[in-house]
Design a protein around this ligand. Structure first.
Ligand code: ACO
Length: 695
């Protein structure tokens, strides 16, 4: 049995702060529990005693003889803080409806609630929640609407108001709920534990989750990865706006708006993210009402060419496959096709089509095994056919409901009445064809299983990495010098061309000779960030004489332009030939921890922002998807007869960076910018890294 079973399926509940006064929250909760037909034992608690709704009121929680499964607290915050210890002794789970905690700055109060409860072995939902509804007992322990229809959708909401509104909306949409849980301030139980219950709950088929943020992103991703195949999740995450300004030392850090990372993390584990409440509701309803499609072939049946074309365009936009086997289409639809009709998909049964024609065409579509999903469209002609159309849709859908079929009825009041009637019958129905297509897309998406691939061991020179990091930590340096960053990457097996740190002309010439011309020289100083601007870089050095001159010039320029800079020396390295400049980076995200980034690099990276993220470490299979995700991917794949660049080398570099930052916690941010990619191989031209300095 799941440890949260008593919360979702309690045998007894106490309402601490049950009120005698109708209209007060403490009264509504008792009323909703009673009216929901709850069969367990109900214990209202209030020092005044007496009766509420015919139930005996207990003057304090110790008067109750048993330990209850759930206690619901509906007394003001200060009172809640005082009584939490008593309640925790008498309850396995405590739902704290009360507001006035961390959401208004009362962090201490919230801490006291959770710590006291945990000390006695109780868990806390909330505070600042509207309660819980669970279809299993059933129990409606909320102060929201009293009537909730049981079904297979679980709603988990961080926002209380939105959750309550969802109960109303679900009723309007005729959507049945298996549970609705308000997680509020998430002081103890978070979405992760709630999901772990819902994913094993027999009644739940799809979870609709509304969140504003995540503290434990990795646990969240893991629970999603582990969900059983018959459970789906759709997430509406608010707050698409960028993360506020923060001090970042790398391109990766500055490009990593928190929302971009949420998006990428969701994509990584195959979570479908809704952009709006409306999309979310449409999708959830469709998923809850439809069987999973058995294949990719979609057929559109319409009475209007225009609506058919709009639907076909939308299918293309969402990547749905319009079935185009003309032989099967002809065989399926030809003899139910009116004059002037077209069996080519979108199947146009023409403006004359009434209920009889729709019924015949849809029946054929349902019966044909090569058709896997149906989009039925009807343009309201404002005539008496409406009733017939409605009956045809309902009759066929009920008879053959073994494949997804979504209905769009476009028009005036008549259309609205058909949609309402279809919804009442539990049939996905829409007034806008784009909504129907996006909902079908969602149905396909939630039924897809993501295989991210397996991680494989790689060899790293861990001793060398540790040594470089330790030295910097000892010297209190947050930023590593270029040659140190390169040294770490090299030790992690990344292709870094030979480089030397030199401190005089002789060493400079000797290093250049060893590397082979042409070479590049760059100043190494923690005080100089824009090396080119101060004359700290010389490119294309062709021979010994130029090498000596370059060294002298760099030292002179830097001393003149940045007199106070501490100069560690000059880095000599190979001048790399031209290739495609990419950026690979890593940063530390507040929700997900270490993440890696890939994108088109060079000097325009912050302008183009053509980058993508994954939570590290990432298996190579997923990295390949990541690389294909950027807009400029065709440049790497090869345009106009050009040969493709070495994608394998990019994948390997990202993989190593992911493993490196996972293994070495201390690395907070890193940039390889650029990683120059060739037809064969990819090489690090420049690198930056910053580490956590121990206090
Ligand atoms: N034990 C049990 N009952 C007690 C105790 C006690 N120690 N002390 C007082 N009570 C009783 C009171 O006598 C009262 O009962 P009565 O009406 O019969 O006299 C009852 O508990 C409630 O106490 P009140 O002081 O009347 O508190 P009130 O009902 O005004 O407010 C509430 C309590 C609702 C918890 C309020 O503090 C609160 O937090 N409201 C906001 C709730 C909320 O919005 N939560 C978030 C939901 S999500 C969203 O945003 C929609």
């Amino acid at each position: 049995m799941h440890y949260l079973e008593p919360l979702f399926n309690p045998e007894s509940v106490a309402i601490v702060g049950a009120s005698h006064h109708e209209g007060k929250i403490g009264h509504t909760v008792v009323k909703n529990i009673v009216e929901s037909g709850y069969k367990g034992r109900i214990y209202p608690v209030n020092p005044k005693g007496g009766e509420i709704l015919g139930l005996k009121v207990y003057k304090n929680i110790f008067e109750i003889e048993e330990k209850v499964d759930v206690a619901i607290i509906v007394v003001p915050a200060k009172v809640a803080e005082n009584i939490i210890g008593d309640v925790a002794k008498k309850a396995k789970h405590i739902i704290v409806i009360t507001s006035g905690f961390s959401e208004v700055g009362n962090i201490e109060g919230e801490k006291k609630i959770v710590e006291t409860a945990r000390k006695h072995g109780a868990r806390v939902l909330g505070p600042n929640v509207f309660g819980i509804y669970s279809a299993k007992p059933p129990i409606n322990a909320t102060f929201g609407p009293s009537k909730i229809k049981a079904g297979n959708v679980a709603v988990v909401s961080q926002s209380g108001a939105l959750g309550i509104a969802m109960i109303g909306k679900a009723a309007e949409e005729n959507m049945g709920l298996s549970a609705i849980v308000s997680i509020g301030n998430k002081a103890d139980l978070t979405e992760v534990e709630i999901l772990s219950y819902l994913f094993q709950d027999d009644l739940t088929r799809v979870v609709f989750l509304y969140i504003e943020g995540l503290e434990n992103g990795r646990e969240f991703l893991d629970i999603i990865r582990k969900r059983p195949p018959n459970k789906s999740i759709i997430v509406l995450k608010a707050g698409r706006s960028k993360a506020g300004a923060r001090a970042v030392a790398s391109h990766t850090g500055s490009l990593a708006g928190s929302d971009a990372i949420f998006d990428a993390a969701f994509r990584q584990v195959g979570i479908l993210r809704a952009d709006s409440l409306e999309d979310g509701l449409n999708w959830v309803t469709t998923v809850a009402l439809s069987p999973p499609p058995k294949g990719k072939n979609v057929v559109i049946v319409t009475n209007g060419g225009g609506l058919g074309v709009i639907a076909a365009d939308a299918c293309e936009k969402y990547g749905l496959h319009l079935f185009d086997d003309m032989e099967v289409l002809r065989k399926t639809f030809q003899d139910v096709m009116p004059e002037f009709g077209s069996y080519k998909n979108p199947v146009d049964i023409t403006g004359q089509a009434g209920g009889k024609e729709y019924k015949a065409a849809l029946e054929r579509a349902f019966k044909e095994p090569n058709i896997h999903a149906i989009l039925a469209l009807y343009c309201d002609r404002g005539d008496a056919e409406l009733e017939e159309i409605k009956n045809a849709f309902i009759e066929v859908h009920k008879k053959y409901g073994d494949k997804p079929a979504l209905y769009t009825v476009f028009g005036g009041e008549g259309a609205t009445s058909i949609i309402t009637a279809l919804k009442r019958e539990g049939i996905p129905a829409f007034s806008d064809v784009e909504d129907a297509v996006s909902s079908l897309y969602a149905l396909y998406k939630v039924n897809e299983r993501k295989d991210e691939g397996e991680l494989e061991e790689i060899e790293m020179d861990e001793e060398r990495i540790k040594e470089i990091i330790e030295r910097a930590i000892k010297e209190g340096r947050r930023k590593l010098l270029a040659h140190e960053a390169k040294g770490i990457l090299q030790a992690a097996g990344v292709d870094v061309p030979p480089f030397y740190l030199v401190r005089n002309i002789e060493e400079a010439v000797e290093a250049a000779n060893k590397i082979g011309y042409p070479v590049v020289m760059k100043v190494v100083s923690e005080d100089i960030i824009h090396k080119t601007d101060v004359g700290g870089v010389v490119l294309n050095i062709e021979n010994e004489r130029e090498a000596a001159e370059a060294y002298e010039a760099i030292i002179e320029n830097c001393k003149r332009n940045v007199p106070k800079a501490r100069i560690a020396g000059v880095e000599v390295t190979k001048m790399l030939p031209k290739g495609v400049e990419t950026i690979i980076g890593a940063t530390t995200d507040a929700s997900f921890g270490k993440v890696v980034m890939f994108g088109l690099g060079g000097i325009y990276v912050e302008v183009m922002k053509d980058v993508t993220f994954r939570v590290a470490p990432v298996a190579k299979k997923e990295i390949r998807r990541m690389v294909r995700e950027i807009e400029s991917y065709p440049i790497l794949a090869g345009v106009r007869g050009e040969k493709s660049k070495d994608i394998g080398a990019i994948v390997d570099t990202i993989y190593r960076v992911g493993m490196l930052v996972t293994k070495f916690e201390e690395i907070l941010e890193l940039d390889i910018n650029p990683l120059i990619v060739y037809e064969k191989g990819a090489k690090v031209a420049d690198a930056r890294m910053s580490i956590k300095v121990r206090k």
